[in-house]
Design a protein around this ligand. Structure first.
Ligand SMILES: *[C@@H]1O[C@H](CO)[C@@H](O)[C@H](O)[C@H]1NC(C)=O
Ligand SMILES: *[C@@H]1O[C@H](CO)[C@@H](O)[C@H](O)[C@H]1NC(C)=O
Ligand SMILES: *[C@@H]1O[C@H](CO)[C@@H](O)[C@H](O)[C@H]1NC(C)=O
Ligand SMILES: *[C@@H]1O[C@H](CO)[C@@H](O)[C@H](O)[C@H]1NC(C)=O
Ligand SMILES: *[C@@H]1O[C@H](CO)[C@@H](O)[C@H](O)[C@H]1NC(C)=O
Ligand SMILES: *[C@@H]1O[C@H](CO)[C@@H](O)[C@H](O)[C@H]1NC(C)=O
Ligand SMILES: *[C@@H]1O[C@H](CO)[C@@H](O)[C@H](O)[C@H]1NC(C)=O
Ligand SMILES: [Zn+2]
Length: 420
């Protein structure tokens, strides 16, 4: 019996393309706050005895599928932990709650999730509680992101950071420890910009809350790019993947003055498919060059010491070149592995806009197409029940998640439903 279990573990480790890296440290990116490091020791599902639980889960979801001819009721695969601001009216809270669940249904009807996901969904006064809002400036609408990124060895031998929601779908026998929540989502309850199902006709400056949520859920599933300026925060000029460090005490990692061990610039899984359009070469080649600046596991006395060494290195020029690419339209794309099509990413924004640049599709290319959803700006005066004004007037394609967007998520490792 015991031997059999060990055999299964070995077999699934051999079959799996995704093996936890030796680093037992994960990255958490709070929606409004600084990135932090978190210990996430490897968890062994087999010794926990949960293979049986999994089998149960699979058979019950098969039963669901059989009863589910009309794509409804799939939303139990995305569980919404909804919390609403006390100052919002019960009617408004109810509308927001319905929208969260509808958006979850759209996502779980598009992707065949194997393991349920938990979204911590908050509909609250953002200003004051989460962010400082400046008078006269538009207040933020909200955001969503993976709760935790975990380092896994990818099939090309490179360690990449995977969003927790995706790691769960792999059902690995061994995986870094999960946070209790898979996706964090926070939206402003004090905004007249959102339009809710049942409201009077949508105004010309309003956005359908459900469309915004589906967009944000896809960020939470991993539609997010790691290339950013982690060094010159006030005046972006150089892009790298996430610079990863091991700390003696990761929980104290906002104390930036202790010794740090550099473990390399680590890409998110989306970045594996990023190419320079001038020759369709993978930007992982650039990441690899950057990582030759110092041996992996080099210790630096502090963050400043690391930055000084890196900015003086001959590799640094690559990061300023990438910055130039990120503000030049048409330079960077996601290359779909199934047929080699390129999906242009947003590199038109000047000045560079962290969070918008590169983590979205090219605005002009995908306006008026069925892949409009992942543009950096939400569509105004368009509602889910009639997407024809924004999707290139295609009445037959009613999913806000377009075919290329689906294939990007598929490249990351999500399985999608094929409708006949
Ligand atoms: C969910 O988010 C809210 C608001 O950020 C937070 O107060 C709460 O602790 C979170 N819940 C969990 C289980 O993380
Ligand atoms: C809510 O929005 C109104 C109108 O935009 C603004 O005047 C008010 O200060 C906001 N309240 C909070 C708590 O952000
Ligand atoms: C960081 O620096 C501050 C101020 O110099 C000091 O008080 C603190 O003890 C240092 N922390 C660590 C972990 O070295
Ligand atoms: C890059 O790939 C795209 C999409 O497959 C193709 O249209 C383009 O010609 C290629 N560019 C180069 C320089 O090979
Ligand atoms: C870096 O520091 C860690 C922890 O302090 C230590 O275990 C490791 O040996 C050091 N690495 C090198 C290359 O000196
Ligand atoms: C999309 O279509 C609308 C209406 O037909 C048009 O006004 C707009 O310029 C188009 N946008 C792009 C980027 O092609
Ligand atoms: C939508 O589907 C109908 C019926 O199959 C077809 O006649 C029509 O040409 C399609 N329209 C578009 C824009 O694809
Ligand atoms: Zn976005």
């Amino acid at each position: 019996m015991h031997k059999y279990l060990v055999f299964i573990t070995l077999l699934s480790l051999l079959l799996s393309n995704h093996i936890p890296s030796t680093y037992s440290q994960c990255i958490e990116t709070p929606l409004f706050g600084n990135l932090r490091y978190q210990n996430c020791p490897s968890v062994d599902e087999v010794s926990k005895g949960s293979i049986n639980d999994k089998a149960k889960g699979i058979s019950s979801s098969l039963v669901d599928d059989n009863n589910n001819n009309n794509n409804n009721n799939n939303n139990n695969m995305i569980q919404i932990l909804f919390n609403c601001d006390k100052s919002a009216t019960p009617e408004l809270c109810n509308k927001a709650n319905i929208a969260f669940n509808n958006a979850a249904t759209i996502v779980s009807n598009t992707f065949d999730l194997k393991v349920p996901l938990i979204v911590n969904a908050s509909f609250v006064q953002l200003c004051g509680a989460f962010v400082k809002c400046l008078a006269g400036q538009p207040s933020p609408l909200g955001a969503a992101a993976p709760s935790r990124f975990m380092p896994l060895n990818d099939d090309d031998g490179i360690v990449r950071l995977y969003p927790q929601a995706l790691v769960k779908q792999f059902q690995l026998p061994k995986h870094p420890q999960f946070a209790p929540i898979d996706i964090n989502a926070v939206f402003n309850s004090n905004s007249s910009t959102f339009w809710f199902r049942g409201d009077p006709p949508i105004g010309k400056d309003q956005v359908d809350f459900e469309i915004v949520l589906v967009h944000e859920f896809l960020h939470g599933l991993g539609f997010v790019n790691s290339w950013d300026d982690y060094i010159n925060l006030d005046n972006p000029s150089s892009l790298t993947p996430n610079p990863s460090f091991l700390f003696v005490n990761p929980e104290d990692s906002d104390v930036k003055n202790g010794t740090i061990t550099f473990t390399g610039f680590q890409e998110y899984i989306l970045d594996k498919f990023l190419v320079l359009t001038k020759d369709n070469s993978s930007t992982t080649l650039i990441t690899n060059k950057l990582n030759q600046f110092t041996p992996i596991s080099t210790n630096f006395t502090d963050e400043k010491d690391f930055i000084t060494a890196f900015t003086k290195s001959p590799q640094y020029i690559e990061t300023t070149n990438m910055f130039q690419n990120s503000i030049t339209r048409g330079t960077l794309a996601i290359r779909l592995p199934d047929n080699g099509d390129n999906v242009l990413l947003e590199t038109s924004l000047v000045p560079y806009k962290p969070g918008s640049t590169l983590s979205h599709v090219d605005f002009n290319t995908f306006s008026n197409t069925t892949d409009f959803l992942m543009r950096f700006k939400a569509p105004r005066q368009a509602i889910l029940d009639d997407l024809t004004t924004i999707n290139g007037n295609d009445p037959n394609y009613t999913n806000p998640i377009g075919p290329k967007t689906i294939r990007i998520l598929q490249a990351l490792g999500y399985v999608y439903f094929i409708f006949t």
